[in-house]
Design a binder for this molecule. Structure first.
Ligand code: COI
Length: 327
């Protein structure tokens, strides 16, 4: 068996090495993303794995099929970078990863606490021996209503974490999970918008969730609402976020992801001329905390992401059902 992996980070190399030995496979590791320009490299392999920066467009998928590839694994949970409909049409089988949701859930709580306790400003002040308290009075999770949008594995883990803080938890999802209902009250989205002090997004990006946070939905939220996003940047209209901060509608923003991050995050860009003006502008506000899409990034998750790739491709090539197939 021969596997070719794209977007391989240095910290994944050892895990790829261990799993190649365990599965008895020959594995080629490529640092670059998969593009039309380098897609010829897949010729002669049995399977391909990518991360979220490789856009699996219809053109690339056709090229993969032309090169003899019939299955591809994304080492991510989200698969909005893959045209799944086209894959289905041409018979290219796709699977994703189901790494434990706890890392992202922990990170979500950390971001909530960071903005509720003005941690960015406290940290800035400490660097210059400014130990004043003015403006740093925070709010306690215990006293707040937290709206969780999306109660899949990650949203559910966030709710599990929050339940330890004694917050009032509102939840929204089209599918209701009985275990979630024991800790949170399922309500409609309007109620989440109207009643939440903090809103945290844990929903996939698709046609119905694109820009779900926009000028209209913001207008229906509490003044001073705190928004947290560890899911996908494009769930939020970044222009609306800027409007919300400038007009004090939004009290604080904690963003591990942002619209237009693709091609910027996960690389050292210190000497680059970055073109994402909104990202730079949002970052400088005292009440925004922004990180580079790293909520997922734990030792447990990374090991699981690579293992899922091996297991998914192994299932596809051996004709077994694949647990993580995207159908
Ligand atoms: C995902 O797994 O969907 C993520 O968002 C993490 C990815 C950027 C590696």
């Amino acid at each position: 068996m021969k596997l070719i992996a794209f977007e391989v980070r240095d910290d994944e190399r050892e895990i790829f090495g261990q799993l190649s030995a365990e599965f008895g496979w020959e594995t080629e590791l490529v640092e670059e993303i998969l593009t039309l320009d380098n897609a010829e490299r897949v010729r002669g392999y049995d399977g391909v794995t990518i991360l979220g920066h490789s856009l699996l467009t219809p053109e690339i998928q056709d090229k993969l099929m032309e090169m003899g590839i019939s299955c591809c694994s994304t080492r991510t949970v989200g698969y909005d970078h893959i045209d799944v409909q086209h894959a289905r049409k041409i018979g290219l089988r796709i699977c994703n990863s189901d790494y434990p949701p706890t890392g992202v859930a922990d990170y979500t709580i950390m971001l909530m606490l960071m903005v509720l306790r003005h941690y960015k400003q406290a940290l800035w002040r400490g660097q210059v021996n400014d130990y004043s308290l003015k403006g740093l009075r925070g709010r306690e999770l215990h006293d707040l209503t937290i709206g969780v949008v999306g109660t899949g594995r990650i949203g559910k883990a966030v709710i599990q974490n929050l339940s330890g803080f004694g917050s009032k938890i509102l939840a929204y999802d089209v599918h209701k999970d009985p275990e979630v209902a024991e800790k949170a009250q399922y309500v409609d989205l309007e109620t989440i918008y109207r009643e939440s002090d903090v809103i945290s997004l844990h929903t996939p990006l698709n046609d119905s969730t694109l820009y779900m946070i926009n000028r209209d939905t913001l207008a229906r939220m509490k003044d001073g609402v705190v928004l947290v996003n560890c899911a996908r940047g494009e769930l939020m209209d970044v222009e609306a976020l800027i409007w919300g901060i400038e007009n004090h509608k939004i009290g604080a923003l904690a963003l591990d992801v942002i619209e237009g991050e693709s091609g910027i995050y996960h690389r050292d860009r210190r000497t680059d001329i970055l073109q994402n003006k909104n990202m730079a502008y949002l970052r400088q506000f005292p009440n925004t905390v922004m990180t580079q899409h790293l909520a997922f990034y734990t030792d447990t998750a990374v090991a699981s992401m690579v293992r899922c790739a091996f297991e998914g491709i192994a299932s596809f090539t051996s004709g077994q059902p694949c647990r993580t197939e995207i159908k």
